[in-house]
Ligand binder design. Sequence first.
Ligand code: GDP
Ligand code: MG
Length: 234
Amino acid sequence: MNKAYGNLTIIIPTLNEQGNIGRVIRVLGKMYPGVRIIVADDGSVDNTKKEVIAASKRFNVQFFDRMHMQVHGLTASVIDAALRVRTDYIIVMDGDMQHPPELVGSMYRKLLEYDIVIGVRVEVKDWGLHRVILSKGMAIISYVVFKARGKPVTRDMMSGFFGIRSGIIKALARRRRKDFVMHGYKVLLDILRMADREVSICEVEYSTFHRRIYGRSKLKLRRMAEVLESTFRG
Ligand SMILES: Nc1nc2c(ncn2[C@@H]2O[C@H](COP(=O)(O)OP(=O)(O)O)[C@@H](O)[C@H]2O)c(=O)[nH]1
Ligand SMILES: [Mg+2]
């Protein structure tokens, strides 16, 4: 059997993604033979779990139920899921189809050469003005602060679509757990803040960042505070 992607685990944090997650898993599973998927769910009250269990009959997907965990949050979900990974490479992506599944293949190939591979949005469609300003503003602050502190930077500091060698994220998850903004959602910012200066980074561009098809985004103003926390902590 073709297991070209047998050394890759895709971590997908979810919260109420019943309308999207089944499709995301099917697309990834068909496109990337042998890939493993962990859906790190923070207690969805819709049919997300049902969808994942149904997909698990055909694809190698595990439902990581975090419903009863003490700390909820996208970052906590990704960090805890990473500790369960048994492959050398990890890619983190959203469960709402906003990150193009067709990019995973080239990200994986780059991951064989680099420590961290970041999906960089080069064009944002359909976003309201306030969201663009908010998002750009936060990104600039993080970029400037990281640069000044000699930390790794990328053109898309806020990216939620990235790949990383398992060893790096696991070491951080074990040794520096308390330095992550666990309830937050900018896990890449936390990683870049704590990573070695010499970490090698590769960017992969994508331009099809569509409005989510189903459900709603959880972007709220309080998330600005979380970005600042992720930028300035430690
Ligand atoms: N585990 C977990 N997943 C979350 C949480 N908040 C959002 N997500 C998931 O993270 C991904 C990105 O969330 P989304 O609301 O689309 O953020 P946006 O794309 O930045 O507006 C989606 O797959 C969500 O289902 C959370 O608190 N915990
Ligand atoms: Mg989204």
